[in-house]
Design a protein around this ligand. Structure first.
Ligand SMILES: [Zn+2]
Length: 277
C-alpha cells in the first residue's frame, strides 16, 4: 500500500523544492562560455556564508602546514604554480563578473598526496605529490587547476552544502557555528568543508568542471589537449597500489575522456588565439 503514496510523495517533494527555489535561489551561477554549461542550481545559503567558512578552513590548513613545516610559499615549484594561476584566474571573468573581487589564494603543500583542490571563493591547494608523481607538464597543471577553479566558479561547494542542509545532514546550528569567530568555528568550518572537498563530486558537477576547466586553460594559453593526457596518466596511476587521492573526490568514468575529446574542437580556436606563456 505504501507504494500508492510514493508518486504523490515524490510530487510533493518536487513541489516543495520548486517553491523553495522561488523563495531561496535556483540560480545559474555562471555564464555558459563556448562550452555551454548551463543548469539551474539549488542554493540555500549565501555565497558570503560559504566564503567565510571556506576562508576559515583555508587559513587553518595553512597554519597546520606551517606547523609541520610543509607549506611552500616560494621557490621554483611555487612560482610555476603561481604563474599558471595568474594566467587562469583572469579567464574566469568570461563566466562571471564577481571573480575579480574574490579573495583568491594559493597554497602548495609538500606532501605525497596526489591531490589538488579549489575551495569556494577561489582558494587553490596543490600537493607536491600530484606534480611529482604524475610528472605534470605546465599544460597538465593548467588542466587540473582549470578543472578545480571551475568547481569554484560554478559554486558546486555552495550547492553541495545547500543539499546537505536540505537533507538535515548539516544542521543550521553547525552552519551558524562555522560562520562565527570562536575556536569552535574552525572545527565546524572544517566539518562543513568535508562536504565540499572530501566527498566525491557528482558526475554532473565533474562534467561541468571538465568543460569550464578546458575553456579556462585554452583561454589562458595552455593546450587543452593536455586534459586528455592528464586523465590518461590518472587512470594509469589508479591501477597501481595507491590510487590517487584526487580520484576519490573526482570519480572518473569511461565517458570522461570521450566528453573532453568532443569539446576540444570548441576550445582549440581560443587556445590558438591566446597569448602563450
Ligand atoms: Zn572535479
Amino acid at each position: 500500500m505504501r507504494f500508492i503514496y510514493q508518486p504523490r510523495f515524490i510530487q510533493s517533494v518536487v513541489t516543495v523544492v520548486a517553491s523553495v527555489c522561488l523563495l531561496v535561489a535556483c540560480a545559474n551561477t555562471s555564464r555558459p562560455g563556448v562550452v555551454g554549461v548551463q543548469r539551474s542550481q539549488f542554493m540555500m545559503i549565501s555565497a558570503a556564508q560559504i566564503d567565510r567558512i571556506s576562508a576559515t578552513s583555508f587559513e587553518q590548513q595553512a597554519r597546520n602546514a606551517q606547523k609541520k613545516n610543509i607549506l611552500i610559499s616560494s621557490g621554483p615549484q611555487y612560482d610555476r604554480l603561481r604563474n599558471i594561476a595568474n594566467r587562469l584566474i583572469p579567464q574566469t571573468a568570461v563566466f562571471r563578473d564577481d571573480t575579480r573581487d574574490w579573495n583568491w589564494g594559493l597554497q602548495l603543500i609538500d606532501s605525497p598526496m596526489v591531490n589538488a583542490t579549489c575551495a569556494p571563493g577561489g582558494r587553490i591547494t596543490f600537493y607536491t605529490g600530484i606534480i611529482n608523481k604524475l610528472n605534470l607538464t605546465d599544460d597538465e597543471i593548467a588542466a587540473i587547476m582549470g578543472h578545480e577553479i571551475a568547481h569554484a566558479v560554478r559554486e558546486h561547494g555552495r550547492e553541495q552544502v545547500s543539499q546537505a542542509l536540505a537533507q538535515n545532514i548539516i544542521s543550521n546550528v553547525a552552519l551558524a557555528a562555522a560562520g562565527g569567530g570562536s575556536a569552535g568555528s574552525i572545527d565546524a568550518a572544517n566539518q562543513i568543508m568535508q562536504y565540499v572537498l572530501v566527498l566525491p563530486n557528482s558526475r554532473q558537477n565533474e562534467k561541468e568542471a571538465d568543460a569550464i576547466g578546458l575553456e579556462l586553460a585554452a583561454r589562458g594559453g595552455y593546450d587543452p589537449r593536455a586534459a586528455i593526457t592528464l586523465w590518461e596518466k590518472m587512470s594509469k596511476e589508479s591501477k597501481g597500489k595507491n590510487p590517487p587521492e584526487f580520484l576519490s573526490t573526482h570519480p572518473s568514468n569511461e565517458n570522461r575522456i570521450k566528453d573532453l575529446t568532443a569539446l576540444i574542437p570548441k576550445v582549440l580556436p581560443l587556445y590558438e588565439a591566446a597569448k602563450k606563456p
